[in-house]
Design a protein around this ligand. Structure first.
Ligand SMILES: Nc1nc2c(c(=O)[nH]1)N[C@H]1C(S)=C(S)[C@@H](COP(=O)(O)OP(=O)(O)OC[C@H]3O[C@@H](n4cnc5c(N)ncnc54)[C@H](O)[C@@H]3O)O[C@H]1N2
Ligand code: MOO
Length: 399
């Protein structure tokens, strides 16, 4: 049976996702969320004609070399001068302050000298008006951020400038992690001679948080249906991620256990390396389940390819997994039948050219190899061998 491509499998998974409810989210909590409603401006920004510099507010018509102007007041940010400039008059002004009525230009203080109650302009004051007109950043009523925009610190500054304390975003998904396997023990607990530490749950927890999800740990569970189902039953989650037990061995019990309680599988294996046994199901109550293979590199590559888009979709967002490009460091053998995501080091060479060097050993169990890599080299099924310097596709993991 031929397995679906990464793209087809991802589309199948995403078609089953219903975005979570929208709610008001405080700006301090909204970084990384997708807007469910636009942010519009309730007022102009700046709300008045503002000085861009510290200096003297004047009437442009009065600016002549050496002009002597009478000082009639002061305008500081947050404090209106309460004066109106008549011909021949000036007001002290500071950056961000409102221009007094009648003023339309600022002469910076380096271009003028105070002399008692007057200010004397320099021989050749510089040309800019140094005024930021009311509404030059945005106007009342303008749509500042469209629905569907993903918030980041720069966009949060815009929402904050519009006076918004909250924005409307979809709830962050609660993602439950369930590692399975009789051999697994949680780091920090004693390990028997035939046991290994659960490397995937802590790694995936960090991954989920970077995607904007919150994490619940359900495992590790034993390789038996009762243990797996008890863990699933106990969990309150929006998305369940199981790790291990995905393949074809007698002890790979997760899929049978999920089926036994009415789960329906829509993806069972993908033509990808690493991660071929990855699977996807809806539980009987409709909640989605992503089944990751147990080898750590398989689990984490599949997290990039499938988990990140699923978490985004639950928040009403989409991810851009379009590969980037780099030049190959050294030759590369032809690829096999599966789309291959090779753990690799991507860095500039001595000439500043971005190079990608695949790790020598691509065994999906090797955590040392994964930890030394900083990206993935993507190879399409059946791709030809390549020479040193060939342009290739790379994927830099979510940061
Ligand atoms: N006859 C076949 N055997 C296997 C096939 C196959 O097609 N035919 N596929 C192989 C591939 S590819 C992968 S990937 C693995 C995936 O297997 P499972 O998802 O069933 O995972 P496990 O068997 O439970 O574990 C695999 C491996 O990873 C270790 N592991 C599991 N969980 C963790 C964890 N949380 N932290 C660290 N290490 C973990 C586990 O001890 C095994 O060594 O199957 C191949 N077999
Ligand atoms: O696909 Mo498995 O993930 O090759 O090791």
């Amino acid at each position: 049976m031929s397995l679906p491509s990464v793209e087809t499998a991802r589309a199948t998974m995403l078609s089953a996702i219903v975005p979570l409810a929208a709610q008001a989210v405080s700006l301090t909590e909204a970084d990384g969320c997708w807007l469910a409603e636009p942010v519009t401006a309730g007022r102009d920004q700046p709300p008045y004609d503002a000085s861009a510099m510290d200096g003297w507010a004047v009437r442009g018509a009065d600016v002549r070399p050496g002009a002597r102007l009478k000082i009639i007041g002061e305008s500081a940010a947050g404090h209106n001068a309460g004066v109106s400039l008549q011909p021949g008059q000036a007001a002290r002004i500071f950056t961000g302050a409102a221009l007094p009525a009648g003023g339309d230009r600022v002469v910076i203080q380096e271009e003028a000298a105070r002399d008692g109650e007057t200010v004397v302009l320099a021989a050749a004051p510089d040309a800019p008006a140094w005024v930021r007109p009311q509404g030059c950043d945005f106007r009342a009523g303008a749509v500042l951020l469209e629905a569907g925009t993903r918030l980041n610190p720069w966009r949060l500054a815009l929402a904050a400038s519009a006076g918004r304390a909250t924005v409307t975003c979809r709830r962050r998904p609660v993602v439950a992690l369930l590692s399975t396997g009789d051999e697994l023990v949680a780091p920090g607990t004693p390990a028997g001679p035939h046991q290994i530490y659960d490397a995937c749950a802590p790694a995936l927890a960090a991954f989920v948080r970077r995607c904007g999800g919150t994490v619940v740990h359900l495992g590790p569970a034993r390789d038996d249906d009762a243990s797996i189902l008890a863990a699933i039953d106990a969990g309150a989650f929006d998305l369940l991620v199981t790790v291990g037990g995905a393949s074809v061995g007698d002890h790979d019990r997760v899929k049978p256990a999920v089926r036994s309680v009415g789960g329906s599988l829509s993806v069972e294996g993908v033509a990808v390396r690493p991660g071929k046994p990855v699977w996807f199901a809806l539980l009987a109550d409709g909640r989605p389940l992503l089944g990751l293979p147990g080898n750590p590199a398989s689990a984490l590559v599949c997290a990039e390819l499938f988990l990140w888009p699923l978490i985004a979709a639950l928040q009403g967002g989409s991810t851009n997994l379009a590969p980037d490009r780099a030049r190959l460091h050294g030759p590369l053998a032809p690829n096999g039948p599966r789309e291959h995501y090779m753990r690799a080091i991507i860095e500039p060479d001595a000439d500043g050219v971005r190079r990608v060097r695949p790790m020598t050993d691509q065994d999906s169990s090797l955590v040392t190899v994964m930890a030394a890599a900083n990206g993935l080299l993507r190879r399409l099924p059946g791709a030809d061998g390549l020479a040193d310097g060939a342009e290739v596709e790379v994927l830099v993991p979510i940061r």
